[in-house]
Design a protein around this ligand. Structure first.
Ligand code: PLP
Length: 362
């Protein structure tokens, strides 16, 4: 077996770009320009500014509905504000076991809502109506937390994309049983780009009640927005936001980023680019011995299994996150900033480092 550390000359140069996360990318130049433009003059703080008013209007136009929007500093905070606005402490959230709200937010949604977050096992990160059923039996029993909301991620943490029909079916089932539906849309733009859908079709018409609308992954510097599709649900949202420390004083800079992202569909163009680079990466590594694609990329991530011994050396060469070490499952993620050259170099490194770890008889 080749130990690449002893023969570094055999290795290609690592890519300039990172495949660790779309969060590793910088900021879209258009967003930086918008931040700079918003820096002219003074404006009232805490959302009492013209950028915030324009962003609210732009979001209503994007959804084709009189949505209420509440801008927050980040994704975890926005999820907290969304959930804490509509939940009481004795209630329960049903979500996939891979959900960011249950795995990656240090328990913030549970802490701030007081509600029980119930993670449900899924194969591909998608929650189906059937998977919710066992928890509906808790309804009405004082011994159980009362299911009040279903939360899904679009794109899921497993890189899969719900179809609009899947979201619609889940909403119908949830609503028929008195539950709300929340979408963690940190990567909703990637899902829209992947399916060719739009916010009205994917979110409004399917019946989603509230969502976290993400911009950071597609090129903003910071700032995510909680969107209430049923405006009456938003009644207490600003108080929750302030208490949760999610009200930015210089809110104009979040609004300016939202406006830049929505203008000429920059967020969708960026998402499309990221998705295309994932496709390209999947093609480039699919023939490499030892690399098994879990599925074709549905958005901007490539999930593969590689021999366990290859993971650390490959990470040392160009870092990425393992997703399930027991299963040798890793995630390679692309962004709007990923270049063809990055993909070519990363694939070359994968070939150089992974292939020597493949057992001869496999
Ligand atoms: C599905 C999902 N939701 C929410 C977030 C936002 O988290 P943060 O608090 O890091 O902005 C992320 C970030 O990785 C995410 O992947």
């Amino acid at each position: 077996m080749t130990d690449w550390r002893s023969v570094p000359d055999l290795l290609p140069t690592p890519p300039d770009g990172s495949f660790a996360s779309d969060n590793s990318a910088g900021v879209s130049p258009e967003v930086l320009a918008a931040l700079s433009a918003a820096n002219a003059g003074t404006a009232l703080a805490y959302g009492e500014d013209s950028w915030t008013r324009r962003a609210d209007t732009a979001l209503r136009d994007s959804f084709g509905a009189p949505v209420e929007s509440v801008a927050c500093w980040g994704g975890t905070g926005a999820n907290v504000v969304a959930l804490a606005t509509v939940l009481r402490p004795w209630q329960a959230v049903i979500c996939p076991d891979s959900a960011h709200i249950v795995v990656d937010e240090c328990g913030a949604p549970a802490r701030f809502t007081g509600a029980t977050i119930v993670p449900v096992r899924t194969v591909d990160g998608k929650l189906t109506p059937d998977a919710v059923d066992p928890y509906l039996e808790w309804l009405g029993s004082e011994h159980h937390p009362q299911p009040a909301l279903v939360s899904i991620s679009q794109v899921t943490e497993m890189g899969t994309v719900h179809s609009t029909d899947e979201i619609g079916d889940l909403c119908e089932h949830a609503h028929a049983n008195g539950l709300l539906v929340h979408v963690d849309g940190a990567r909703i733009a990637n899902a829209l780009a992947a399916t060719g859908s739009d916010l009205p079709s994917m979110v409004r018409d399917t019946g989603v009640d509230l969502m976290t609308l993400g911009f950071t992954k597609t090129g903003s510097m910071y700032g995510e927005v909680v969107v209430f599709l049923r405006p009456e649900l938003a009644e207490q949202a600003v108080f929750v936001r302030k208490q949760a420390g999610q009200l930015a004083s210089k809110s104009r800079f979040i609004a300016a980023q939202v406006l830049a992202m929505l203008e000429d569909d920059l967020w969708l163009r960026n998402a499309r680019r990221a998705n295309e680079m994932a496709e390209r990466l999947a093609d480039a590594v699919s023939g490499v011995p030892g690399v098994k694609l879990v599925r074709r990329p549905e958005a901007n991530s490539v999930f593969v299994t590689i021999p366990g011994e290859a993971i650390a050396p490959l990470q040392d060469w160009s870092f990425f996150w393992e997703w399930d070490l027991g299963a040798s499952l890793v995630r390679w993620m692309t962004s709007f900033a990923t270049t063809e050259e990055d993909v070519a170099r990363f694939a070359a490194g994968v070939r150089a480092i992974v292939a020597p770890h493949v057992p001869r008889d496999s």
